[in-house]
Write a protein that binds this ligand. Structure first.
Ligand code: ZZB
Length: 261
């Protein structure tokens, strides 16, 4: 699985998270949350970034000035690729925390229209076993993300967040013949998905959104406006990589992981 790993730079830690990095990351160093995405062409529409509240995360030193936040499993995988850590197989961990400890952190999401920054928010359905366990949220085109931001806004107190953190504007990025220009919203409504826990229906919605978006979608936002998604996907990805805002992250399959221990 070839992902695009995006670098969301921390702009502001909440009080509760300061003790995680204090004394462990040098003052002035950059800390990035690293979501793994299959849809780089949708990054204009990022409205927040999800972590699993009970998942364990690490802060890993990439250079004197740069630190990455992701699961330990992902950092290990990255250490066996040539483009991330300086030494093969080494992924120095300087701190650890649970997702719930960093809710409310403000990060800069590359290409997002929300240039003021977006918040780190909880998503119960994040899997520790896939990607980096950090998931950037694009509610226009990802049904899981749409269902989650609706839920978070509805029950903000329960989730310990401010309602407006989950209510950043959802902008149309891709137009499709079957679902219009807010594919995820349309599918969530059409399939009568009530909550992020409707996993079966969400799986179906995701399949439909992927197919329609990729084969029939046209960009209606950004530098590649007017181009088919099929073509724009690689162009946006390359642009993010060239600007230093992203890197390629290949997920080895399960067998490879267990064979190498
Ligand atoms: C932004 C985005 C925008 C995504 C979109 C999807 C869509 P897949 O298809 O199952 O392989 N993701 C990544 N890691 C995790 C994780 N650990 N737990 C839960 N979700 C995760 O999954 C790849 C997609 O699932 C990724 O691409 C990420 O969300 C999420 F418009 O990034 B995506 C129709 C989907 N649209």
């Amino acid at each position: 699985q070839e992902y695009t790993a995006l670098k969301l730079k921390v702009k502001e830690w909440p009080q509760s998270a300061k003790k995680i990095v204090d004394g462990k990351v040098p003052d002035g160093a950059n800390v990035y949350f690293i979501p793994a995405t299959l849809r780089p062409e949708t990054m204009y529409g990022q409205t927040c970034c999800f972590v699993g509240p009970s998942i364990d995360y690490g802060v890993f030193k990439v250079s004197d000035s740069d630190y990455f936040v992701c699961s330990q499993r992902a950092a290990r995988n990255m250490s066996f690729q040539s483009n991330v850590f300086p030494k093969w197989g080494e992924y120095p961990q300087v701190a650890s925390f649970k997702g719930k400890d960093v809710i409310g952190t403000v990060v800069n999401a590359p290409l997002s229209v929300h240039t003021e920054g977006v918040r780190i928010l909880p998503m119960e359905t994040v899997k520790d076993t896939k990607g980096t366990a950090v998931v950037t949220c694009v509610p226009s085109d990802s049904p899981d993300d749409y269902a989650t931001v609706v839920e978070l806004a509805k029950k903000a107190d329960y989730y310990g967040i401010q309602k407006e953190w989950a209510e950043l504007e959802i902008i149309p990025i891709i137009d499709t013949p079957s679902y219009g220009n807010l594919t995820a919203k349309k599918l969530v409504e059409e399939l009568k998905i009530q909550s992020p826990k409707d996993t079966k229906k969400l799986e179906e919605a995701k399949e439909k959104a992927y197919k329609e978006g990729f084969y029939k979608g046209t960009m209606i936002f950004g530098d590649f406006k007017g181009k088919k998604v099929e073509e724009a996907k690689a162009l946006v990805r390359q642009q993010l990589i060239d600007s230093g805002d992203a890197f390629a992250y290949a997920e080895p399959d399960g067998k490879v992981i267990s064979r190498s221990g």
